[in-house]
Design a protein around this ligand. Structure first.
Ligand SMILES: Cc1ncc(COP(=O)(O)O)c(C=O)c1O
Length: 400
């Protein structure tokens, strides 16, 4: 890419790597556990056709003109219902509708952070956000996660060290549920602790909960936002995985002060999100229709998750470990340190199977003893065969 014609942000993207992965994954006979997208049957096609045409015919005034930049009232009311399921009681006045949660994150960061500001991120973290902010000129500081989510002990030490140097981070970006890529969940204890840490160090928490409600086991998924008594937690949610990523509907729950700033900035960002898509989402809440749909999705994803865990158990060589996701789309695999992951990836590609290597999810692009497997899209038999092929490649690499 010519440095003269493009911004340093665009020129610095690792776009080519990911694009190459996705191109290879589409080659004939290749099984892909790469993209975190719904399985084809997950989309509520008939219901959407019915609801969309009725909305356009019966309420064109709610659809065609410019809408409220904060989002339609009906869609924000639908979000209050969804937030109650996460244990958080919020009013529509504190909700901003967006074109997905990544768009929400982008707008939030544009409002709170300047180049040179410090932002805490998890290691590993979601590559979509990582890639988008890497070249903004922010000072990104990684804090590791374990099986219970972000390590709050390390977080407090990091924040204290930064404070001693006169640095006050603007925000801590983290995932509370079904972490992408790690497949883990924050423990209840840490969920309760995090708003206190944010208060003590005077920074925001940006809680990204893009897979909200896709929970397959009986575990606590109360949002960090539910424990926020001081207004430091910004919650990001999405209908991408509950309805369709193509509709681009997500939301943010933000403190009063930020709502006002956001409403002022919105005409300069994108003027607002598409009203038809928001009203469609609102309409899917009538008679709790969406709850029934989510229950069907949970069945579909749980069977895929179980197939992956079963195949990992059956085929993976000794010494390899993985996370047992309670929800979401991902398993995170850890190999013994002597495995060369560049070579493993090539051997797997020869075996016609694709996945995302772990380095994508770290700031320095260097952590080489992990990879991410996604079970959301393929059918169960494909998942089993793909894991088997990866295990064969891994055995070959471990024997070197
Ligand atoms: C953790 C996380 N956040 C945000 C997103 C983006 O979601 P949306 O489609 O709502 O922008 C994704 C998508 O995969 C994700 O995994």
């Amino acid at each position: 890419m010519s440095k003269l014609r493009y911004s340093s942000w665009a020129s610095g993207l690792r776009k080519s790597d990911i694009a190459e992965f996705l191109r290879l994954a589409k080659e004939p006979g290749v099984l892909s556990l790469c993209p975190g997208v719904p399985y084809p049957g997950a989309y509520p096609t008939e219901k959407v056709v019915e609801v969309t045409s009725s909305l356009i015919k019966n309420n064109p005034e709610a659809i065609f003109p410019y809408g409220n930049p904060q989002g339609t009232l009906r869609s924000r009311e639908a979000v209050t219902y969804r937030m109650k399921k996460r244990g958080a009681s919020v009013s529509p006045e504190h909700i901003v509708m967006t074109a997905g949660s990544q768009n929400a994150c982008d707008m939030v960061l544009r409002m709170i952070a300047d180049p040179g500001d410090t932002l805490i991120i998890e290691a590993p973290t979601f590559l979509g956000v990582l890639d988008s902010i890497k070249n903004w000129g922010l000072n990104l500081v990684e804090v590791p996660i374990d099986n219970d989510g972000i390590r709050t002990d390390v977080l407090k030490n990091t924040l204290t060290q930064l404070r001693n140097k006169g640095v006050k981070p603007k925000a801590i970006y983290l995932m509370s549920n079904y972490h992408n890529p790690a497949g883990i969940m924050l423990s209840r204890e840490r969920r309760e602790e995090l708003p206190q840490i944010a208060e003590e160090f005077d920074c925001f928490i940006i809680e990204d909960d893009a897979y909200s409600e896709l929970l397959y086991d009986d575990v606590d998924q109360t949002a960090v936002k539910a424990f926020d008594t001081t207004g430091n937690v910004i919650y990001l949610g999405s209908f991408s995985k509950l309805v369709s990523p193509g509709f681009r509907v997500g939301w943010a729950v933000v403190p009063e002060e930020l709502v006002q700033t956001w409403n002022m900035c919105r005409p300069m960002f994108d003027v607002g999100s598409p009203t038809l898509n928001q009203e469609l989402i609102a309409e899917l809440h009538v008679d709790n229709w969406l709850d029934g749909h989510i229950a069907t999705l949970i069945e579909g994803y749980r069977s895929r998750r179980d197939a992956m865990l079963g195949a990992l158990e059956e085929f993976m060589p000794k010494g390899v470990t993985w996370t047992r996701a309670h929800g979401g789309f991902y398993c995170w695999i850890t190999t013994p340190g002597n495995v060369d992951h560049d070579s493993l990836f090539k051997t797997a590609a020869k075996n016609k199977v694709m996945y995302f290597t772990g380095n994508f999810f770290y700031l320095d692009n260097q952590h080489h003893n992990h990879f991410r497997l996604c079970y959301s899209r393929p059918d169960v038999d494909v998942i089993v065969e793909a894991v088997k092929r990866i295990a064969i490649a891994l055995k070959e690499e471990m024997a070197k």
